[in-house]
Design a protein around this ligand. Structure first.
Ligand code: EPU
Length: 337
């Protein structure tokens, strides 16, 4: 069923807790509803607002926002080892992870507690602790606004990369994701190589799916602010990908600089933006109603009542400081509207 809101306050619909308004917002469940919504003509300005966990509003949205709310998780295939699951766009991502762990299905446990909905997972190819959504996603179902038809795209055509996909580029503003299909596995495939994961899993009694989920949740809770308490959108910046020579040059000056390989690009390296901001002396730094989170420098926090413009102004200062000290540009990960 469609629910429609006018001049609605978006404060509770974005994890930064920014109080801007949308001219019109429609919650939808089915593709048929979308077809009916757009049949009368495509509005000049429209966009998908999913969980609002990766968005910074800097002004009122003068247009139509559409929000998926259907929440079905349905197995669609099972060969005894691999289980295919169709997940509506409106399912909370972490509810899906819990659903999988309860059924002893491996594949997305390292993505525990990532805020947001399943339909948004492919857009920025959410990732954490050595795993990315693209590892599990097999197909993405979407409504094409231009043609009024449903399309299904195989993962191979989704242009997945580090926090990247076709949905941020060629298909941006053209489709509305309605569901994803993921593949999970009965054969255990623990991925414990990232940071403290192995230690936290051992501390819980060893490698089980449940222990991995709990370890990841504990690590996230210790480092990342709870958006229901402190407004934030997770990592505000992306980890910069630079050429290997730049990374090696910085390593000479800063031997403890974290440098990660970039799959498929041996001449490139990924640096930890959180480390750079931290070393630039900005961890915990505050100005007005905005701050750098004191336990993870990649996260900017709304200390209460901040506007989107204040957050952007603050972010520019952080970027400037990192550039001054390390000569590295860090880009925003959060979508700025
Ligand atoms: N670091 C610092 N100081 C800080 C933060 C980090 O020195 O304040 C160092 C850490 O000690 C570590 C390195 O930087 O050596 C990397 O830190 P961390 O493991 O916390 O991960 P990250 O690279 O900062 C990325 C993702 C997170 C994800 C974690 C874990 C991006 C932009 N962020 O952060 O994703 O949870 O890895 O996999 O890739 C998000 O996207 O919103 C998000 C939270």
């Amino acid at each position: 069923m469609i629910r429609e809101f006018h001049r609605t306050d978006l404060r509770d619909r974005n994890s930064f807790g920014i109080a801007q308004r949308a001219e019109r917002l429609v919650e939808f469940e089915t593709a048929e509803e979308l077809r009916a919504l757009f049949a009368a003509g495509v509005p000049d300005r429209w966009a998908v607002l999913s969980g609002g966990n990766n968005i910074l509003f800097t002004r009122d949205y003068e247009g139509l926002l559409v929000t998926p709310v259907r929440r079905e998780i349905r197995p669609v295939g099972d060969d005894g080892e691999e289980v295919r699951i169709r997940v509506d766009a409106g399912v909370e991502w972490d509810d899906l992870v819990e659903w999988a762990v309860e059924r002893d299905l491996w594949g997305i446990e390292n993505l525990s507690l990532i805020p947001g909905k399943a339909g948004a997972a492919p857009v920025q190819n959410i990732g954490a602790y050595g795993c990315e959504a693209k590892d599990a996603i097999r197909r993405v179902e979407m409504f094409c606004v231009e043609t009024g038809t449903m399309l299904t795209l195989d993962a191979a055509h989704c242009g997945f990369g580090y926090r990247e996909s076709i949905f941020k580029h060629e298909l941006r503003g053209r489709v509305i994701i309605t569901a994803i299909e993921i593949a999970l596995h009965r054969t255990p495939s623990p991925r414990l190589g990232y940071g403290d994961v192995e230690r936290e899993v051992e501390a819980r009694g060893g490698v089980t799916l449940r222990n991995i989920r709990e370890a990841i949740c504990a690590i996230r809770r210790a480092k990342l602010p709870d958006p229901t308490v402190t407004g934030n959108a997770g990592s505000f910046f992306k980890n910069p990908v630079v050429d290997r020579d730049t990374a090696e040059r910085l390593r000479v000056e800063y031997p403890d600089l974290p440098v990660y390989p970039v799959a498929g690009h041996p001449d490139r390296a990924k640096l930890a933006a959180g480390w750079l901001i931290d070393r630039a002396g900005m961890k915990g730094y505050r100005e007005g109603r905005v701050g750098v989170h004191e336990r993870q420098a990649l996260v900017l926090v709304n200390l209460g009542g901040a506007t989107g413009s204040e957050v952007i102004g603050f972010a520019r200062k952080v970027q400037e400081r990192v550039r001054e000290q390390f000569g590295i540009a860090i880009d925003t990960e959060v979508n700025i509207w």
